[in-house]
Design a protein around this ligand. Structure first.
Ligand SMILES: NC(=O)c1ccc[n+]([C@@H]2O[C@H](COP(=O)([O-])OP(=O)(O)OC[C@H]3O[C@@H](n4cnc5c(N)ncnc54)[C@H](OP(=O)(O)O)[C@@H]3O)[C@@H](O)[C@H]2O)c1
Length: 302
C-alpha cells in the first residue's frame, strides 16, 4: 500500500510522515521543493504543486490513501480536481486536514459587510475548509475529517524575537486558546489512514485546556531554561508590530478580535475532549509542546 502525504513538510505533515514510517508503511511525500524537504530517507519524495495540475499524475500514481492538506486545488472542469485525479489513480481513502471552523454554522456570508472582521474571517475559513471536506465526500471514497483548533505551532512566530531579544510582545496577555500539539493531530491522522475505525468520522481536536499567552511564554521559558519576558502591547502598537512582521493588513482586525474574544470565555474555539475519547489519553499540554520545540526557541550560545 502506498500512502501519499501532501503538505508533508508542514507542521502536521512531517509528524504524519514520521509516524507512518515508524508503522512500516510505504510513504510518498509531495512537495514543491524535494531538494530542501529534509524528509526521512525511507520516504519517496516527489515534486508536486497544488496549483499545477500537470504535476499531480506522478504524485498520485498507484496511491491507495491520501493525507490531504487544505489548499485551493484548481479544477478546470468536472472530474479534473485533485481528489478526482486521486480516485482515477486508485485512491480509496482520504484523511482530510481541515479546521475547526469547518464545523461552524453556515449562517454568515463572508461578503456581508455588517459582520465583524472576526465573523467574516471565520465564515471564509468555514467556507474554504467545509468546501474541501465536501469535495472529498463527493468522491465516494472513505474519508475522515480532522478539524484542528489553533495549533501550538502558531507560537513559532515568536521564535525569532525570543532567540534574539528574549521577549514576546503581544496585546491581551490574558487571552488564549486550547492550543493543540501537531503530533496529536498526526496520531489521529495515522490511525485513520491505517485502520477502518474512523471512516466517515469528523473530529474537532484541540489541546487539553485554554492557556493564556502569558502562560504560553512562561512554558517556553521553563522548557528552554531561559528568562523570557511578556510585554503587553496596546492594540495600536500590536497592529504596527504585526505589519512590520509581515502580517497582511486585512488580518489585523480579526487577529485583535480573536484574542479579545477569549478574555472572558472560551471564544469561538473551545476545548474538546475528542483526543481523549479516541485514544483514552489526554491531549499533550502546551508545556510538553514547548519541550519538544526548545531548539526553535533557544538562543544560540556563543
Ligand atoms: N495554524 C493553525 O492554527 C491552523 C489550525 C487549523 C487548520 N489550519 C489550516 O492549516 C493550513 C495551513 O497550515 P500551516 O500554514 O500551519 O501550514 P504548514 O504546516 O506551514 O505547511 C504548509 C505546507 O503546505 C505545503 N504547500 C503550500 N503550498 C503548496 C502548493 N502550492 N503545493 C503543494 N504544497 C504546498 C507546503 O509544502 P512545500 O513548501 O514543501 O511545497 C507545506 O508542507 C491552512 O489551511 C489553515 O487554515 C491551521
Amino acid at each position: 500500500m502506498t500512502i501519499l502525504v501532501t503538505g508533508a513538510t508542514g507542521n502536521i505533515g512531517r509528524r504524519v510522515v514520521d509516524r507512518l514510517i515508524d508503522a512500516g508503511q510505504r510513504v510518498r511525500a509531495m512537495t514543491r521543493d524535494p531538494r530542501s524537504a529534509r524528509l526521512p530517507t525511507e520516504v519517496e519524495v516527489v515534486y508536486g504543486d497544488f496549483r499545477l495540475p500537470q504535476t499531480w499524475p506522478s504524485a498520485l500514481a498507484g496511491v491507495d490513501r491520501v493525507y490531504l492538506f487544505p489548499a485551493a486545488y484548481p479544477a478546470p472542469g468536472p472530474g479534473t480536481g485533485f481528489t478526482d485525479k486521486a480516485m482515477q489513480a486508485g485512491t480509496h481513502r482520504f484523511v482530510v486536514h481541515s479546521a475547526a471552523a469547518a464545523g461552524f454554522e453556515p449562517g454568515d456570508d463572508p461578503e456581508d459587510r455588517s459582520l465583524t472582521a472576526l465573523q467574516r474571517h471565520l465564515a471564509e475559513e468555514r467556507q474554504a475548509h467545509r468546501g474541501l471536506e465536501l469535495m472529498v465526500e463527493a468522491t465516494g471514497a472513505g474519508w475522515t475529517h480532522l478539524r484542528p483548533g489553533l495549533l501550538a505551532a502558531n507560537t513559532l512566530a515568536w521564535a525569532k524575537r525570543i532567540r534574539t531579544e528574549r521577549v514576546v510582545r503581544e496585546p491581551n496577555g490574558a487571552a488564549g486558546y486550547p492550543l493543540v500539539h501537531e503530533d496529536d493531530i498526526a496520531e489521529i491522522a495515522v490511525t485513520a489512514l491505517l485502520t477502518d475505525s474512523h471512516v466517515g468520522a469528523t473530529y474537532t481536536i484541540t489541546g487539553p485546556a485554554r492557556i493564556s499567552q502569558v502562560e504560553q511564554v512562561r512554558a517556553i521559558s521553563v522548557a528552554t531554561g531561559q528568562r523570557i519576558d511578556f510585554e503587553e502591547l496596546s492594540e495600536e502598537r500590536a497592529r504596527e508590530q504585526w505589519l512590520r512582521d509581515g502580517c497582511p493588513a486585512d488580518y489585523l482586525d480579526w487577529r485583535i478580535e480573536l484574542l479579545a474574544a477569549s478574555l472572558d470565555g472560551p471564544g469561538p474555539l473551545p476545548a474538546t475532549d475528542t483526543f481523549q475519547r479516541i485514544t483514552g489519553r489526554p491531549p499533550q499540554t502546551f508545556a510538553r509542546w514547548a519541550f519538544d520545540h526548545v531548539d526553535d526557541f533557544r538562543a544560540a550560545t556563543t
